[in-house]
Write a protein that binds this ligand. Structure first.
Ligand SMILES: Cc1cc2nc3c(=O)[nH]c(=O)nc-3n(C[C@H](O)[C@H](O)[C@H](O)COP(=O)(O)OP(=O)(O)OC[C@H]3O[C@@H](n4cnc5c(N)ncnc54)[C@H](O)[C@@H]3O)c2cc1C
Length: 649
């Protein structure tokens, strides 16, 4: 179809001003949207990023992910400058729904190009942008490239249903090809000259502020100037923001993991160069306790921000596997191999594409088994959407949730993982299994949505489809139903890391403990605790033992065996009642009568980032407060994401 001319441009002009709107595609290599933009033969080409208040204020994002994003943007901007010294990533500070119409008017845009995004908010946003572009006569070009298969295509082939297993995904995708990697780009056209690019006089109106709420306020210790200096930013140059512009100190960034396409390509190259690693990769055999280096690729944050093309990942791995096969060397297979991991990602994207907003919440979600967890979410509006708050129905559950989040449950395996998550923004898949099971059906009996929110805040690879999908899996809400298989917070870690290196690294207060006690420090004799310079006492609100002056590590917050039994019984009951999120009883709250659900103090939590105040009455009891932990606990099969396989040794 020939491009329509914008109302404000000269219709007889052959000038083509193409805006490439980057979102989750922060790369030059294998970018279908970039190639489509260049195929329009632009006379003026402007690659932009719109800094959207929705993500700045209304999504949970911790400092580590912000920094990762800024690094991806800076790297992309430098790559553009290398291709054409007049180019860069032009970062504008305003919501796309309001700023894009101003941009295409000021810059006389004829085309807007972007990569398809099937996340629920992104879909609504893009529909609105497409409507506005049509009104203005700007032609919109959309290309798929974020997943192996277009999620909407998969849903269509799956008769509109969400893909709930690897088998369903593979069947639905039968006959769909993973597109080959596109030719590299060697040159990009110029933007307008400096004077025309200048948007200093642009009116500030529309969605620019936090709209009355800021889920990330806790991190903003400085002044948030993101939207005060105009769309071109504080230096008036459309530059990539620094952390300070968001009101967040650089010093609170603690992740060692770096963003950017160059980093991603280097990591992928190193992985595929190790043919044995790639060819024999079996997820269940990778250790959640390994660090520096970790046992899996850690390419997930790059896939999230699009600093790595998922198709390049797929094909590079595929070639390495084929090379091995041609030499008759053994290779691992789907679903535990690397292509299998990427297929899981596509499975969750397609499930989300089928359900939209409802995928990420219990109410209204037809795939979510209803379980009356503690700390349920609050919903608002006609559409019953999560409103970002939850009800504290049980103060004890709230305390356990906070202790879980802060890595002071008194179970070193869980605490080490949660501290790694907070510090580094990434933990191994089986580590995620352990902490997710512990918070929900294998310990605390807290709503999976609370855990998903913490992951949303802290993961550098947070991806709604994968995060929500996996939380539903681990909590036996959807995708997986063997709720009687729980991870032990003691034996699971011990199996992978009998010496306790991982725990010593992330819970340094336990560094000197003998390996006999590293997963159950409360069992160590007091004399040994003193010798090893750490007393197991209190609830973790104080990091010193006031009696001895030694470092303190908390006592376990509950008896795991008791809690496991309690949770299994609750799950058994919920499965018997068999309500789903879209059941009228769930939607109108009458489920409370069926389950005798009681709100103990009625508090509605407004803000999820506070920490628990120090407990003045710290328990100084020298003896472990709870029964002995059972030595072995039936664990959920960590052999694969397939629920029925047995663990391979
Ligand atoms: C409770 C929970 C929450 C999770 N939240 C997220 C999330 O927000 N974002 C995210 O990308 N992954 C999430 N995962 C899935 C998985 O843990 C991570 O993708 C993986 O650990 C990332 O590390 P890696 O890149 O080294 O993975 P690798 O093992 O090297 O796998 C390669 C790629 O495959 C994809 N992948 C692997 N496993 C899965 C899976 N189970 N589901 C979906 N994709 C997968 C990822 O894109 C990953 O980068 C979650 C898992 C659990 C149990």
């Amino acid at each position: 179809m020939p491009p329509k001319h914008p109302k404000h441009a000269n219709p007889t002009s052959s000038h083509r001003t193409v805006l490439l709107w980057h979102r989750t595609d922060l790369r030059i290599h294998d970018s279908p949207a970039l190639i489509a933009a260049l195929a329009l033969h632009p006379t003026t080409f402007i690659p932009i990023w719109t800094w959207d208040p929705h993500y700045v204020y209304h999504s949970r994002v911790g400092p580590n992910r912000w920094r990762f994003l800024l690094e991806c943007q800076s790297d992309l901007s430098s790559s553009y400058t290398k291709l054409n010294p007049k180019q860069k990533l032009w970062v504008v500070r305003e919501a796309p729904q309001t700023v894009l119409p101003k941009l295409w008017k000021a810059w006389g845009a004829t085309h807007l190009v972007f990569e398809k995004d099937t996340d629920a908010y992104a879909r609504e946003r893009d529909e609105e942008v497409i409507r506005l572009a049509e009104e203005a006569g700007v032609e919109v070009v959309v290309r798929s490239g974020r997943t192996l298969f277009d999620p909407d295509g998969v849903v269509r082939r799956h008769k509109g249903e969400p893909t709930m297993s690897m088998a369903q995904l593979r069947k639905a995708a039968e006959g769909m090809e993973v597109e080959g990697v596109l030719e590299g780009v060697t040159r990009v056209p110029d933007p307008w000259e400096e004077g025309r690019m200048d948007l200093g006089g642009l009116e500030r109106e529309g969605l620019v502020g936090n709209g009355g709420g800021d889920l990330n306020a806790v991190y903003r210790t400085g002044e948030d100037t993101e939207y005060t200096a105009g769309v071109m930013g504080p230096k008036g140059d459309f530059g990539v923001p620094e952390m300070g512009e968001l009101g967040i100190e650089d010093s609170v960034v603690t992740t060692p993991h770096r963003g950017g396409e160059s980093v991603a390509l280097r990591v992928l190259e190193e992985c595929v160069r190790d043919e044995e690693y790639v060819g024999m990769f079996e997820k269940p055999k990778t250790s959640p306790a390994e660090f520096e280096p970790q046992a899996t690729t850690l390419l997930s944050p790059h896939l999230h921000f699009g600093s790595l093309s998922v198709r390049k990942f797929w094909w590079d791995v595929h070639e390495a596997i084929e090379r091995r096969k041609s030499r008759k060397k053994p290779v691992s297979s789907v679903p535990t191999n690397l292509p299998g991991q990427l297929l899981f990602r596509d499975m969750y994207f397609a499930a989300q594409a089928a359900l939209g907003y409802r995928f990420a919440q219990t109410e209204g979600n037809r795939i979510a088994k209803f379980v009356p967890w503690h700390l349920p979410s609050n919903y608002s509006g006609k559409e019953h959407r999560l409103d970002g708050t939850y009800t504290v129905d049980d103060p004890q559950a709230e305390i356990w949730f906070r202790r879980w989040k802060e890595g002071r449950t008194g179970f070193p395996w869980i605490d080490a993982l949660m501290r790694q998550l907070k510090q580094e923004g990434w933990i191994h898949h089986l580590g995620r299994h352990s902490v997710a099971c512990f918070l929900t059906r294998g310990g605390c009996y807290v709503n999976w949505e609370r855990g998903a929110e913490v992951f949303e805040e802290w993961l550098i690879d947070h991806e709604t489809a994968c995060n929500v999908g996996n939380w539903m899996w681990l909590s036996c809400t959807a995708f997986f139903s063997q709720y009687f298989r729980c991870y032990s917070p003691i034996t699971f870690g011990k199996k992978w890391d009998p010496e306790g290196h991982f725990v010593r690294r992330y819970c340094p207060e336990l560094a000197q403990f003998d390996k006999k006690y590293i997963y159950e420090p409360w069992k160590a004799p007091i004399a040994d605790q003193k010798k090893w310079k750490c007393r197991v006492t209190g609830d973790g609100t104080s990091d010193k033992d006031s009696n001895s002056g030694l470092t303190a590590y908390p006592k376990p917050m509950f008896d795991f065996d008791e809690r496991r039994e309690f949770c299994i019984n609750q799950m058994k009951h919920a499965y018997k009642v068999n309500l789903h999120g879209d059941d009228p009883k769930v939607m109108d709250g009458s489920w409370k009568d069926i389950f005798d659900f009681e709100v103990k103090d009625g508090t509605v939590l407004e803000e999820a980032n506070q920490t628990i105040p120090e407990d003045e009455d710290e328990d100084e009891d020298e003896n472990p407060p709870h029964k002995r932990q059972r030595e072995t606990t039936e664990e959920e099969n960590p052999a694969s994401d397939e629920p029925h396989r047995k663990q391979k040794k």
